[in-house]
Design a binder for this molecule. Structure first.
Ligand code: PLP
Length: 363
């Protein structure tokens, strides 16, 4: 029989290893689902953070209507895992990807963001070629100045084109208020209100012009406290909060969710009373925005990450070589994609091992 860690205590795992506390994640999923439901909104959680179909299915069981993806390759993985309603909240460009997109539409109900006539023409031509219809959302720039057509007349022009294009179904609009995520609370609330107002007024304009706007999609974990409060949107994309992390807590001021994702790491060196080194560096965990935090210990602090090492500062600590500790990730989104597998744990033991199937699906 091959070795299986299932049923073993967490500390029996070799390191570094990526762990998720299943009870905490479930709680976070339920809280995020309830936040959307209680605001009368659909939840379409972004799956770019977990990249794991089993977790997407847990989100659907909690009431999510579908999944948001960043990449076409991610959407292909989720479709093959039986998830049909997929939003690729990104522009798909290039003949090869468009061919994959329209073929994906044969086996899943996919929506994709567009913000230029070029996208609509390319999708329409390819879709009619294979006999499918592709749903599109016009991405509107709500202030982030990343992708997105300006609101108002430019969005209307693009929506008309999408509505008229063979092979294309105009499904609505989306806008990501990424510029609001890291603001302090009074400014964040105002930025969210403004972003939703932009989407809401654009929706009304399109509807006055006779265009059906079924979907208005926005939101992220960093704005989940505010964006759902304002009228005009129909669904929320917030996803990463199911793991929580020190970045969401310290930089995006997210409250009320539990830190579920950790990296198990081993102390490999202790050359001074106040210093030690663990085997989880930047190739294992993230220092994007914030450093990882050591779980359940006040005597150990992470002071820096190099590629394969974490520098630890110790205070009156009995930590010794071979001891295992857990890091709460700096930013879960920049941590999970570094791993092949995610160990689901409960009450200190390993319950399930998931392959992170959409890992590496960058195209
Ligand atoms: C288009 C889009 N929607 C939503 C999100 C929010 O993601 P999360 O809730 O995982 O932070 C992001 C994050 O980058 C995004 O780019």
């Amino acid at each position: 029989m091959p070795y299986s860690p299932i049923g073993q205590p967490i500390h029996a795992l070799d390191t570094p290893a990526l762990l998720v506390d299943l009870d905490k994640m479930k709680n976070n999923i339920q809280l995020m689902a309830a936040r959307c439901r209680d605001s009368g909104l659909h939840w379409r959680p972004h799956a770019k953070g977990h990249k794991t179909p089993a977790i997407a299915h847990a989100e659907l069981r909690a009431g999510a209507i579908g999944i948001t993806c960043a990449k076409l390759g991610e959407a292909e993985v989720f479709a093959d895992a039986g998830i049909s309603d997929l939003l690729i909240a990104n522009q798909i460009v290039g003949q090869q990807k468009i061919a994959r997109l329209v073929n994906l539409c044969r086996r899943a109900d996919v929506m994709v963001a567009v913000d230029d006539p070029v996208h609509i023409r390319a999708i329409g031509d390819a879709a009619t070629g294979v006999g499918v219809n592709v749903r599109v959302l016009i991405e509107v720039d709500v202030g982030m100045q990343r992708c997105g057509v300006p609101p108002g007349a430019p969005t209307l022009a693009l929506a008309r084109q999408a509505h008229a294009a063979p092979g294309v179904i105009f499904a609505g609009i989306m806008g990501y208020e990424g510029h609001a995520m890291a603001l302090d609370d009074p400014q964040k609330e105002a930025a969210c209100r403004e972003a939703v107002q932009i989407l809401s007024e654009t929706r009304q304009l399109l509807q006055r012009e006779g265009l059906p706007v079924e979907i208005v999609s926005a939101g992220g974990t960093g704005t989940l406290a505010f964006t759902p409060n304002f009228p005009g949107i129909t669904e929320i994309q917030a996803g990463g909060g199911i793991f929580m992390d020190t970045y969401y807590r310290d930089k995006l001021h997210v409250r009320g969710l539990e830190q579920a994702l950790t990296v198990l790491t081993t102390v490999i060196s202790r050359t001074a009373p106040n210093r030690a080194v663990a085997d989880a560096g930047r190739k294992t965990t993230s220092n994007y925005g914030t450093l990882p935090e050591v779980k359940d210990r006040t005597d150990v602090v992470v002071t820096g990450l190099s590629a394969e090492h974490a520098a630890l500062r110790l205070t009156n600590s009995d930590l010794k070589i071979g001891d295992k500790i857990q890091f709460i990730s700096g930013y879960s989104d920049m941590t999970v994609f570094l791993h092949d597998q995610l160990y689901g744990t409960r009450n200190g033991c390993v319950e399930v091992v998931w392959d992170i199937l959409a890992r590496g699906k960058k195209q």
